[in-house]
Design a protein around this ligand. Structure first.
Ligand SMILES: N[C@@H](CCC(=O)N[C@@H](CS)C(=O)NCC(=O)O)C(=O)O
Length: 252
């Protein structure tokens, strides 16, 4: 069988990687994957990803960094089904919601909660900053949800009947909140909770959730055999395996 055209570097538990995998699946594109965490990337990883971040997409001779850039690249090459609204104003707004998710939900959910309660302890053997975690959970995340709630429709998706990159991006981050057992309170944010259920019930998210739930509490170096046993399209080589070290962009 010919090798898939697209190769993804990045772990299934990253919301940024999830965005890309959902786009690939929705567009019916095959891929291979090297499911590394960025912190264990080797010198070759740093050559491919100078910010030491995942995801990276390799397509032939091209190396594409950043989930937003990758999703737009896939859309440009494979316009159907489109994951961007047709109307330019809606398209701009969808990109802004994607940016809001990547930046703000990334800060609050990934760094304030998921990293604090998971990788910081497991990979770096450091204590959770409990005050930071609780502020993210009790103050920052509710503020995000207060902002999102009036924009979320009672039915359908953020831009009508058509799923878009905005739904995919925002929902991807709430999966990481679930990993640290934080759920959206349906009594307080009913539209957001119901919309999230709708998006996460899509087959692409459900298929990935099965994989994510299998590896969520498994040490990084034990994930490959498990993923292989699930039939995931792992690459034969990896750019991971180096000793854990912090990225270049953060002080966390
Ligand atoms: N803007 C980037 C952000 C990617 C990102 O921050 N990925 C995380 C994984 S969840 C990462 O690699 N973090 C390592 C670091 O920032 O040092 C994108 O959209 O791809």
């Amino acid at each position: 069988m010919p090798a898939p055209t697209y190769h993804v570097i990045g772990n299934y538990l990253s919301p940024y990687v999830r965005k890309v995998l959902v786009c690939l699946r929705l567009k019916g594109l095959d891929y291979s994957i090297d499911p590394i965490a960025p912190f264990v990337g080797n010198a070759e990883f740093e050559r491919l990803s100078p910010l030491r971040r995942i995801p990276v997409l390799i397509h032939g001779d091209r190396v594409i960094n950043d989930s937003t850039v990758i999703c737009q690249y896939l859309e440009d090459l494979h316009p159907a089904p489109s994951l961007y609204p047709q109307d330019p104003g809606d398209r701009a707004q969808a990109r802004w919601l994607e940016e809001y998710a990547d930046t703000r939900l990334g800060e609050v959910i990934v760094w304030g909660m998921f990293f604090q309660r998971g990788l910081k302890r497991i990979l770096f053997k450091e204590d959770t900053d409990q005050a930071r975690y609780e502020h993210a959970r009790d103050v920052a995340l509710p503020a995000c949800l207060d902002w999102l709630e009036p924009q979320v429709p009672a039915q359908g998706y953020l831009f009508g009947d058509q799923l878009s990159i905005a739904d995919i991006s925002v929902a991807s981050f709430f999966r990481n909140a679930a990993f640290v057992r934080v759920q959206v309170d349906a009594a307080r944010w009913p539209r957001t909770a119901a919309w999230l259920d709708r998006v996460l019930a899509l087959p692409a998210f459900v298929a990935l959730a099965r994989i994510e739930d299998t590896i969520a509490r498994v040490p990084l170096h034990e994930q490959r055999p498990l993923l292989a046993s699930l039939g995931e399209p792992l690459s034969e080589t990896t750019v991971g395996g180096a000793s854990p070290r912090r990225g270049v962009m953060r002080l966390d």
